[in-house]
Design a protein around this ligand. Sequence first.
Ligand code: NA7
Length: 548
Amino acid sequence: MAEASIAPVTASGPAPETGASFDAVVIGAGFSGMYMLHRLRGLGLTARVYEAGDGVGGTWYWNRYPGARCDVESVEYCYSFSEELRQEWDWTERYPSQPEILRYAEHVADRFDLRRDMRFRTRVTRAAYDEAASRWRVETDRGDRVTGRFLITAVGCLSDARVPGIPGAGSFRGDSHHTGRWPHEEVDLAGRRVAVIGTGSSGIQIIPVLAERAAQVTVFQRTPNFTIPAWNRPLDPGYARWVKDNHAEIRRSMRDSLFGIAAPFNTGSALAASEQERLAELEARWAHGGPGFLGAFGDTAVDPRANELVAEFVREKIRQTVEDPRVAELLSPRDHPIGTKRPCFDTDYYATFNRPNVRLVDVRTTPIEEITQTGLRTAEATYEVDTIVYATGYDALTGPLLAIDITGRGGTALREKWAAGPRTYLGLMTAGFPNLFTITGPGSPSVLSNMFVSIEQHVDWIAGCLRHLAGTGATVIEADPGAEDAWTRHVGEVAAQTLFPRADSWYLGANIPGKPRVFLPYPGGVGAYRVICDEVAAKGYEGFVLSP
Ligand code: NA7
């Protein structure tokens, strides 16, 4: 079964540009590309941003499925670089919905007049480093041929949407949608029988909403996931005001934290706590909801016995919520420690399985064998449906980078260099590819963090680096292979100290057949990572080679 990448349509768009040269070419107009452009302009540099979508927003441009919502609190899921922007923007909910985040992205684009340097509906297909000219030659699917001294990828970590190659998928006569490529127009679900394949964050968000709108929802689950209630609600204006007034302190705590969020993480041990203390702490965090639940105890991420206590607490919540004990057991994760797959945060997910129009099919024991013209057939039964929703995830972190034909010194392809897994120095650069920066690239905290904290840190670091180059007269910067080896080893060693490697997760590339099993993000925490990056810069970009 071949996995398929879903390329968005780029049918019509602006006339191609040939021969133009820029200081920097940026790939992607999500939150990282937008802020990068703003900082480049501030440095007096020229830039062109290419974006496959027809607007800004990245992930939040594409993920328009019903129920799509960020699971970092809105007051923390936003830029901090502009005091005016911070003061003028008011979020309406505790966790921001996709439409609201997209409005925020559009507001930022307007406010900082970003669009004039962006080209939409334009996908970068190829980027080759021209050693003689010390420039990147960039090509797009619309025929653009431009050069940039710097090439900066702002492609997102979860933008290469994947559908599994289930036999017969092409013959299905109804509608099929991937959550990450949801149509812009309203999808009519009234009276429809809907199949959902996948129970990661996207499946867990869309299923309760589909259950309310559709006649019937059949959930095809391969692996149950732990999910914690988000308890989303309208944002309390008093709290929002307090956050604005205490911004500097709150941001500092986010930047110094493990995951880039302000929720307090305990360092205490779940094993050392009495049962009463443990349950009290977990109950309080369950009642608060959201990512802070996983910060109840310091040893959850590293000690299997501590982890099992927290996991069993969640399983007990599932049993209390789901009326059918057989369904409750099917929904209870037992094959991976809690927190080792991307944690999910939901609105009424488990309770949705009490509805008469929702059923759960365990495709671990009875795999989907075929998609027919009218539905799905497993090893055990056939299911007639009108719509199939693929909530089947992404080729994470490396997928979006390797989808572009990038070649560095000596014509070496990035795909070749990373054949056994990504190799980077700090997740920012890769040896042999001078002047190529990867915002939130593999080897950086990226998906293990509040993306805004990581994006701003990387963009600020890159901007500081470019200023340093200009100040010293250097024009080329490149990761030293030795520094890269040491960093790549370090990322693996830190991951090995945690329980992360025990799950078949997309953090390890396990969701993509044939992808090397390498832990992709840096799990040492955004606070510690920032210190390392700042020290490298303070030491004159130690581990990088600068040349005139
Ligand atoms: P995820 O987290 O990768 O979830 C994908 C789900 O799809 C997961 O439950 C998979 O099961 C399931 N899947 C994938 N292929 C199949 C096949 N062939 N059959 C059945 N089930 C399948 O993607 P999401 O979009 O939910 O979330 C991505 C991130 O976006 C999220 O974590 C946030 O950071 C935002 P598996 O677990 O592999 O058995």
